[in-house]
Design a protein around this ligand. Structure first.
Ligand code: PLP
Length: 368
């Protein structure tokens, strides 16, 4: 059998290895924050935001940010039904209720009209997830947020490299959260980033992130409130610093892989892939194929064909409202219909042209 094609894996060079080794060798004592501060500074600059804090995960960044916004029992948070559960679990942990609304059929992101219809007096936030690098309609979402006085949070875990009308994904909302999990475009193994332009919000998150110890507190071991512990280590940040020096290369390679797939499937009218409108740049984290409903090509057929050829292709996110912990909302027709005829294609940076060709041939084999 031919060798296995992974769906993602990190791109790690001598640079990341050198920095990580340096952090493990010398990054202790007075130097235990050096790479963390450098990573935060370079990330902030890349994104064009005022404040950034490295965290242990995107989930942790979302949890602290939502806590700092005061989200709690009785509150509702609106998000797309199509999502990884990481976006919803902090809402549940805070005692609030996730309200799942439908996605748009072309971007697979939050439908602003559905968001507007779901706003109630209890709505405490809207979470915009830029799915697979595709961009939410931020103009309309920010307008809805402003009119109702509701913060718009950006989960940009999948959207490093995505740009909307000149602004980076994650930099437009009340706060943004990123993931550096091993499957993401930029990795630190596990890790994340909280970003904002709101100094008061940043100060609250800073306190929460340090087990509730405020920055000005001079008393040792004296928490001012019950907080969280979602920090990144200096060794992880060292890997992140190496990745940031290569950020344009990492993003451009992802975009090139998506472009290649799109070119190969250009003539197939039954196939839709990640869109890129004229006012946006798609960071292309995850090239995804969606077949038209009348094509007869299902997720199960695709999974079987890819498994036969030893290719690790992954399913499109299940609607969160279809999993047992939540109330089903089958009225979210796109979120419930698209996954049954969609698949994520392999897209790690080092994938070679021959392997992309193998992936394309699997799909072609399914076409009539
Ligand atoms: C990966 C991902 C997360 C979670 O990131 P972690 O760093 O694993 O916590 C959250 N939201 C989205 C949209 C993701 O893709």
């Amino acid at each position: 059998m031919s060798s296995r094609i992974a769906y993602t894996k990190p791109s790690i060079t001598e640079l990341e290895i050198r920095y990580a080794t340096d952090a493990a060798t010398k990054g202790w004592g007075d130097h235990c924050y050096d790479y963390i501060h450098r990573f935060e500074a370079t990330f902030k600059e890349h994104l064009g935001v005022m404040y950034a804090m490295a965290t242990s995960s995107c989930t942790g960044a979302l949890h602290m940010g939502m806590a700092a916004l005061g989200i709690g029992p009785g509150d509702e948070v609106i998000l797309a039904d199509t999502n990884w559960i990481a976006t919803a679990s902090p809402i549940v942990h805070l005692g609030a209720t996730p309200i799942f609304v439908d996605i748009l059929p072309d971007t697979w992101c939050l439908d602003p009209a559905q968001v507007e219809a779901a706003v109630t007096p209890r709505t405490k936030a809207i979470v915009a997830v830029h799915l697979y690098g595709n961009l939410c309609d931020m103009d309309r979402l920010l307008d809805i947020g402003a009119r109702h006085g509701i913060p718009v949070i950006e989960d940009a875990a999948e959207a490093i490299g995505s740009v909307y009308r000149g602004q980076h994904a994650g930099s437009m909302g009340t706060f943004g959260a990123f993931s550096f999990h091993g499957t993401k475009t930029l990795t630190t193994g596990e890790g994340g980033m909280f970003v904002t332009n709101d100094s008061a919000l940043f100060e609250r998150v800073l306190t929460l992130s340090n087990h509730g110890r405020a920055r000005g507190q001079t008393k040792q071991f004296w928490p001012d409130m019950v907080g969280y512990k979602y920090k990144m280590s200096n060794i992880q940040a060292a890997i992140g610093c190496g990745q940031m020096e290569r950020i344009d290369e990492l993003i451009n390679r992802k975009r090139a892989i998506l472009r290649t797939y799109k070119q190969r499937f250009q003539g197939v009218s039954a196939i839709q892939m990640n869109p890129e409108s004229e006012h946006a740049v798609n960071g292309a984290w995850m090239p995804t194929l969606v077949f038209s409903p009348n094509s007869g090509i299902t997720r199960e057929k695709m999974q079987a064909a890819f498994a036969r050829e030893n290719v690790d292709a992954r399913v499109f996110f299940w609607p969160l409202s279809s999993i047992p912990m939540f109330q089903p909302v089958p009225a979210n027709i796109h979120a419930w219909s698209i996954p049954g005829r969609a698949i994520n294609l392999p897209s790690y940076h080092d994938i070679c042209a021959e392997d992309i060709d193998r992936v394309v041939k699997v799909v072609e084999g399914l076409l009539p």
